[in-house]
Design a protein around this ligand. Structure first.
Ligand code: KG4
Ligand code: ZN
Length: 297
C-alpha cells in the first residue's frame, strides 16, 4: 500500500538519520554532501526522501547529490574493494527489477535483457503471499527451501531456449505454483510446503543462472557481478558459483555481503562519491523519478 509506505517513511526518517549520525559519531556539519535516491521506486516514498535530503542540504549548506537506486546496487560491489576486471556482465535482481547488463569499461552500461513481466523478487514475494508465509518472501523462502527437495515438482523455466537473448519471465512460474497449490488443496492432497518453495526457487534460480552464464560466455566476460535484494539468495549464490566455475573458470564472480545486497544507505553514498568528486551536484528543485531506468542519471 504505497500511501501507508510513504507515511511510514515520514515517521521513521528523522529518527533514522539522527541514529545514523549518532552511531557514526558525526554531526551534520561534518558531512561533505547529502545524497538521495531520486528513483526508481514508489513516488510517495521517493518524495519523502528527496524532500528530506533537500531540507538537510539547504539547512547545512551542503551539496545535494541525486543517485539512481539501480546504479547504486552496483556500487555495493565497489564498497567491498573488489578488483573488477572488464568486460563485466551484471545481474541486477531486486523486488522491482530483473536486468542483465553488460559493461565494457567502468561507467558504460548496456542492457542485454530484462524481465517481460514480474521481477524475481516480486515472484518470491507473491509466492510467499500465496502460501501465507509473510513479507518479504525472499529470505523466508530461502531458508524454508533448505529443508525441501528442489526436484519435488517440475515447475516451468521460461524462455530458456532463446539463443543469444537474455530476457526473463517469472509470471508463468508464479501462476504454476499458485495452480499447484489450488489443485492440491481442492483434491485434498497433502503437499510439503518446503518442497513447493524449494522447487519454485530452483526453477527461478535456474533461469537466472542460465541466462547470466550464457551472457557471460557470449560477451567473454572477465567478471560477473550480482546486485539487488535477490542477490542475497543462497541457492542463487551457490549455483551461479558452481556453473561459472565449470563453464567459465577464468571469470571472477563478485557477490557483495548480504547486508549490502538488500537496500541500504551505504550503496547510495558509494554511488554518490564519484558524482561528488566530479562536482555533479543536483539543484534544490530536484524531483522524484519513479520510472528511472538503469542508464538514467
Ligand atoms: O533490493 P531490494 O532490497 O529492494 C528493492 O529495491 O526492490 O530487494 C528486495 C527484494 C524482495 O523482493 C525480497 O523478497 C528479495 O529482494 N530478497 C530475496 C532474499 N532477500 C531479499 N529473495 C530471495 N532470497 C533472499 N535471500
Ligand atoms: Zn533495491
Amino acid at each position: 500500500m504505497p500511501e501507508i509506505a510513504s507515511r511510514q517513511h515520514l515517521v521513521v526518517l528523522n529518527p533514522l538519520i539522527e541514529g545514523a549520525l549518532r552511531q557514526a559519531g558525526v554531526k551534520l556539519h561534518d558531512l561533505n554532501a547529502i545524497a538521495v535516491a531520486h528513483g526508481p521506486g514508489l513516488v510517495g516514498a521517493l518524495l519523502v526522501g528527496v524532500a528530506t535530503a533537500k531540507a538537510l542540504a539547504y539547512a547545512a549548506r551542503l551539496p545535494l547529490i541525486a543517485v539512481n537506486h539501480l546504479q547504486a546496487h552496483l556500487y555495493a560491489n565497489h564498497l567491498c574493494g573488489f578488483d573488477i576486471k572488464y568486460p563485466a556482465v551484471i545481474l541486477v535482481v531486486s523486488g522491482g527489477h530483473t536486468e542483465l547488463l553488460y559493461s565494457e569499461e567502468p561507467g558504460s552500461i548496456t542492457l542485454l535483457g530484462h524481465t517481460r513481466d514480474d521481477a524475481a523478487g516480486e515472484a518470491f514475494d507473491k509466492v510467499a503471499r500465496a502460501l501465507e508465509l509473510g513479507y518479504p518472501g525472499g529470505p523466508i523462502i530461502d531458508s524454508l527451501a533448505e529443508k525441501g527437495n528442489p526436484a519435488a515438482i517440475d515447475f516451468p523455466r521460461a524462455l530458456m531456449n532463446e539463443e543469444g537473448r537474455f530476457d526473463f519471465s517469472f509470471s508463468g512460474l508464479k501462476t504454476a505454483v499458485i495452480n499447484h497449490l489450488y489443485h492440491a488443496r481442492r483434491q485434498g492432497h497433502q503437499y510439503v510446503i518446503a518442497d513447493v518453495v524449494a522447487s519454485f526457487q530452483e526453477a527461478l534460480v535456474d533461469a537466472l543462472v542460465e541466462k547470466t552464464v550464457s551472457a557471460a560466455k557470449a560477451h567473454k566476460a572477465a567478471t560477473v557481478l550480482i546486485a539487488g535484494g535477490v542477490a542475497a539468495n543462497s541457492r542463487l549464490r551457490f549455483k551461479l558459483k558452481e556453473r561459472l566455475g565449470h563453464d567459465l573458470p577464468y571469470a571472477g564472480l563478485y557477490v557483495p555481503p548480504l547486508e549490502l545486497c538488500t537496500d541500504n544507505a551505504a550503496m547510495i553514498a558509494a554511488a554518490a562519491y564519484p558524482l561528488y568528486r566530479q562536482g555533479r551536484y543536483a539543484s534544490l528543485d530536484l524531483n522524484a523519478y519513479p520510472g528511472l531506468g538503469m542508464g538514467d542519471l
